[in-house]
Design a protein around this ligand. Structure first.
Ligand code: GLC
Length: 608
């Protein structure tokens, strides 16, 4: 199956023509042997299950915590995940495939052979895996204003995820990021609820197809809800607002994701008006499952129930009774609140009548229904064509297109861009120009990402400029910006060091001083300066914009640096538009608490 193959998400199952025939014929009788539905299959299976088997389905354990894979079978586990740092030693696709298939095999050795859901954070491509195509983070995809391209990007990601046997992606993040001090701003499509809703729904369809089916990768809209609206942008903080505002800003994208068929939703670590989302029965059950009609299942975030208190049993009682269906437990025996403890505690709570068995049945039924909808019970082994598609040129071309479409040109004095083909000497300056890790940002190979020789394949800006420049053009590189003599133009690459989650929370969003000095130094060389900024959010630029003749916001573009060169050399014109305002100073970091005027409004972007 390749990216354009319709097989990736087959349009229908065998039952559909029969139902259509009945409809068209207007026949009023209903044949007795209508094929079973995923829901009826789930009910039939549920009726056979013991309490241990039901509770096992509600448990998701990190692969790093499963020292003994046989615990999947022993505890009837419903799901395994690989968190941001739970990679097999050599991180190659084939090694991942074997790891995942081994865990799946354990689940199929249980009495009822209920297949495993295996989840991973494929948040900008299959980003944990060596050689996978890394896409621009959502902040860049949000600048494209092109949901169809977002869907195409997630379909490529789904192929690469499926190529390692994995069937669940903890994506798309549909946070509405209101304050760029939040370390996860780059995982959000931006502060506009409408834009997030459109792109989020497109992402769900990219992973799952028109509906959950045999070739879907289960999407996971996250993090429900208000994760991007916390006070001062504090990660896992408190979103303080009235209900009408909360609904308008933060619930609308979930309505779109549900309409698009999202089979799972991840609950947020954050709180609303002081109440932790993981314990909020009104929002999880009454609103999301009741009023909004969410039929899939709710999964917790990483050991998030542990934050509820006062003790682990009450954590479990509060969260499960609030409507949580599956609990992500990253700890194994001897590592704090672990999966064996969880199972024992939940069984005791059911025995004591503190958690109704009806709640266990509802959670299990939801999980089983999704597994039936995905055809997991009779899904064949991973198609090697999908494994071979990881890092393929066809996939890289889609990511390169996303890079081109995401770039926002903020300044182009004297039409410095596009660069002329007959330039004699282009000087490329700044470590970021030669550092794939900075170009990709967090959630790349490692949870936090890393600078330096990132152990994955890709094209840096420097390499891309060398490929695109004319045969007679000399391209030189200096990380520290010395020796710029003779350059016709200087390209300065600057930006944030990689980070993820709370590690990226920052009150001071000034351009790093070393970067500012690099741009100032280039300016003093007396030739045109083109600045390329890698960042997970707009930064306060100070003098850097004035000192640049052209300024390109590149966000966190991922492995396909040739998309940058396509725009720099005019193969494509820049079309990106700011998904959010660009602050002139620290008075405009939160769109809800603005003082002063921004440097650029949302929607700004120059072209050629
Ligand atoms: C993390 C993140 C969440 C991710 C999960 C599993 O803490 O909050 O986005 O899906 O844990 O890695």
């Amino acid at each position: 199956m390749t990216i354009n193959s319709p097989q990736l998400h087959p349009a229908s199952t065998a039952a559909r023509p029969l139902r259509l025939a009945i409809l068209l014929a207007g026949i009023c009788f209903v044949p007795a042997n209508l094929p079973a539905s995923p829901a009826s299959d789930a009910d039939a299976l549920l009726a056979k299950m013991t309490l241990d088997e039901k509770i096992g389905q509600m448990v998701q354990v990190d692969s790093g915590a499963l020292k003994d894979k046989a615990d999947v079978q022993k505890y009837f586990l419903g799901s395994v995940l690989s968190g941001g740092n739970s990679d097999p030693a050599d991180n190659r696709p084939e090694t991942w495939l074997k790891l995942v298939e081994d865990f799946k095999a354990q689940a199929l050795q249980t009495r009822l052979k209920i297949p495993l859901l295996y989840g991973i954070d494929a948040v900008h491509g299959h980003n944990n895996i060596l050689g996978a195509v890394i896409f621009p983070h959502h902040v860049g995809l949000g600048a494209m204003h092109n949901p169809a391209l977002v869907e195409k990007a997630e379909r490529v990601t789904a192929e690469e995820v499926a190529g390692t046997g994995i069937n669940w992606a903890f994506a798309p993040c549909i946070a509405v990021s209101r304050d760029i001090r939040w370390g996860r701003s780059y995982e959000s499509f931006g502060p506009s609820t409408a834009e997030v809703a459109k792109n989020g729904a497109a992402g769900v369809k990219g992973f799952q197809g028109s509906h959950l089916g045999k070739n879907s990768v289960l999407a996971c809209a996250k993090h429900f809800a208000g994760d991007g609206g916390t006070e001062n942008g504090k990660d896992e903080g408190d979103t303080v607002c009235d209900e009408a505002t909360f609904r308008k800003l933060y619930l609308a994208p979930y309505a779109a994701a549900i309409k698009a068929g999202a089979g799972s939703i991840m609950v947020s670590f954050s709180s609303w008006n002081g109440q932790k989302m993981h314990g909020n029965k009104y929002l999880l059950t009454d609103v999301l499952k009741g009023e909004m009609g969410f039929q899939g299942f709710l999964v917790s975030d990483w050991a998030a129930i542990d934050q509820l208190g006062p003790d682990y049993q009450s954590d479990i009682q509060t969260s499960i009774n609030a409507g949580l269906d599956m609990v992500m437990i990253p700890a194994g025996p001897g590592e704090g609140h672990n999966y064996a403890e969880f199972i024992a505690d939940l069984k005791a709570l059911v025995a004591a009548g503190k958690v109704p068995e009806a709640r266990i049945n509802d959670a299990t039924r939801r999980i089983l229904t999704v597994k039936y909808q995905m055809g997991l019970f009779d899904r064949p082994a991973t198609d090697p064509v999908l494994t071979q598609s990881i890092g393929s040129d066809a996939h890289r071309q889609v990511a390169r297109e996303c890079v081109r479409e995401s770039l926002v040109l903020l300044k182009n004095s004297g039409h410095v861009l596009p660069l002329k083909k007959n330039l004699k000497h282009i000087a490329v300056v700044g470590q970021a120009a030669a550092d794939l890790g900075i170009q990709c940002g967090g959630w790349t190979i490692d949870w936090q990402g890393k600078t330096g020789a990132v152990t994955t394949g890709g094209t840096t800006l420097l390499a891309a400029v060398k490929l695109a420049a004319g045969a007679d053009t000399e391209v030189t590189f200096s990380a520290d910006g010395r020796d710029l003599k003779g350059a016709d133009v200087i390209i300065v690459a600057v930006g944030e060091q990689p980070y993820a989650e709370m590690k990226g929370d920052r009150q001071d969003l000034s351009l790093p001083a070393a970067d500012a000095q690099l741009i100032a130094g280039a300016k003093s060389a007396g030739v045109p300066v083109v600045t390329v900024l890698y960042s997970g959010r707009p930064l306060v630029l100070g003098a850097a914009l004035d000192q640049s003749d052209a300024f390109l916001a590149a966000w966190l573009p991922g492995t396909e640096g040739e998309g940058l060169a396509d725009v720099l050399f005019g193969k494509s014109a820049p079309r990106g538009k700011l998904p959010r305002l660009w602050p002139a100073d620290h008075g405009q970091l939160s769109v809800d608490h603005l003082t002063g005027q921004p440097l650029f409004p949302a929607g700004f972007g120059l072209t050629y």
